[in-house]
Design a binder for this molecule. Sequence first.
Ligand code: 4NP
Length: 163
Amino acid sequence: MPQPYSILFICLGNICRSPLAEGVMRAVVQERFPQREFLIDSAGTNGYHTGEAPDERSVAVAKQNGIDISKQRCRQLSDEDFSRFDLILGMDQNNLMTINRLAPCGSPAVTGLFTAVARDGLDGHAADRGEEIPDPYYGDIEDFERVYEMVREAAEALADRLQ
Ligand code: 4NP
């Protein structure tokens, strides 16, 4: 797997899952690779919540785990992201389909499902097959806690690949 220095996390709304992924991944690389520079960001495939802070349940779950995501602001995935980021990772298959549909022709960015790339890397052929991180928007706080656990596990596994 080529070493990605810039990673963009994508979900539908950019208020629940991908802000958590951004915050957790940033914390993980800061702890593991304090000398190295990474660009870590998140965006949504839709723009319904553009400019908003993350969902208060994501903010609360992150805070319980010592991570502040309250200053993040929602934005929509854009064309330029495909040239700014080495790796663009969707939380579920719908996100990944949209990412791949929007990718400009010849885009150098590598795309995949977050859990699959974390588990298998990009050398295998399974970057699209893996567990989806389910949308917790209409769920309750336990659903957000479950998202946090999945994101944490995937972020740690992805960081193992950045050694
Ligand atoms: P996310 O969750 O994709 O994890 O940010 C959602 C947030 C908002 C909506 C859908 C999913 N929405 O339809 O407004």
